[in-house]
Design a protein around this ligand. Structure first.
Ligand code: PXP
Length: 237
């Protein structure tokens, strides 16, 4: 079964636009779970432009599904993860000023840095995932760091999908086969949507988890959150 983890950063962005507590990020996360989400993802950034540290603390004891914290492993992020102990940490190579992640790790260049982190998180009992592109060498080095999973950066799939779905998925199937043969778990995320998710799942049914934020929140404006989450779940059946 492929789990749907809802990334709630955009809910926090909306709340922060007015300074109050509307929408209430914790309530939305709990509602996502009630409506069928099997996990909640947050990406706390140093400038707290969407998810704040205080959100992470508030969410941790209340969530009943999988809690996934993603981010660049700065000292501050690593300390927060070790303190909060989510079920999964996803390491992303983005700098603080980036709007959103736009590439996977160079796991060869950052091999010792990532390997040390895998030991740290592994000893704390936190499942580890490394955000990577489809280059098989990068996946092999991710496996060598001791990571439990990789998360494939799916933006290139999403942007090509409408023109040529077969061509768009091809490198992802090869990468997913490599991940499977290395004995790692497989996550995917970035720009997945109701348009492109089902085809990805049909081609890579051994995906463990997808983490989806932007398109899901946009769809919820029209369909409502409950129906939207059900529709995303339907793509993963
Ligand atoms: N996975 C990672 C590592 C991300 O950085 C993001 C964006 O925060 C996502 C998944 C979700 O991407 P989207 O918001 O496009 O669904």
């Amino acid at each position: 079964m492929t789990k749907l983890s809802v990334n709630i950063n955009k809910i926090a962005t909306l709340r922060n636009a007015r300074g109050g507590n509307n929408p209430d990020v914790v309530k939305v996360a709990l509602d996502c779970e009630r409506f069928g989400a099997q996990g909640i993802t947050v990406h706390p950034r140093p400038d707290e432009r969407h998810i704040r540290k205080s959100d992470v603390y508030a969410l941790r004891p209340l969530l009943t599904t999988e809690f996934n914290m993603e981010g660049f492993p700065s000292n501050e992020f690593v300390d927060l993860v070790l303190e909060v102990k989510p079920h999964q940490v996803t390491l992303v190579p983005d700098s603080p000023e980036q709007i959103t992640s736009n590439a996977g790790w160079d796991t060869k260049k950052n091999f010792s840095f990532l390997s040390d982190l895998m030991v740290l998180f592994g000893n704390a009992g936190i499942r580890t995932s490394i955000f990577v592109g489809t280059d098989v060498e990068m996946i092999e080095y991710a496996a060598k760091t001791g990571a439990d999973r990789v998360e494939l950066y799916t933006e290139p799939y999403a942007s090509l999908y409408s023109q040529n779905p077969e061509m768009a998925i091809s490198p992802f199937v090869k990468a997913a086969e490599a991940v499977r043969s290395l004995g790692m778990g497989l996550n995917a995320g970035h720009d997945l949507s109701l348009e492109n998710l089902k085809y990805m799942h049909d081609c890579i049914p051994w995906l463990d988890e997808v983490s989806i934020g932007h398109a899901l929140v946009c769809d919820a404006l029209y369909l409502g959150l409950e129906k939207t989450i059900q529709e995303y779940r339907n793509c993963l059946k």
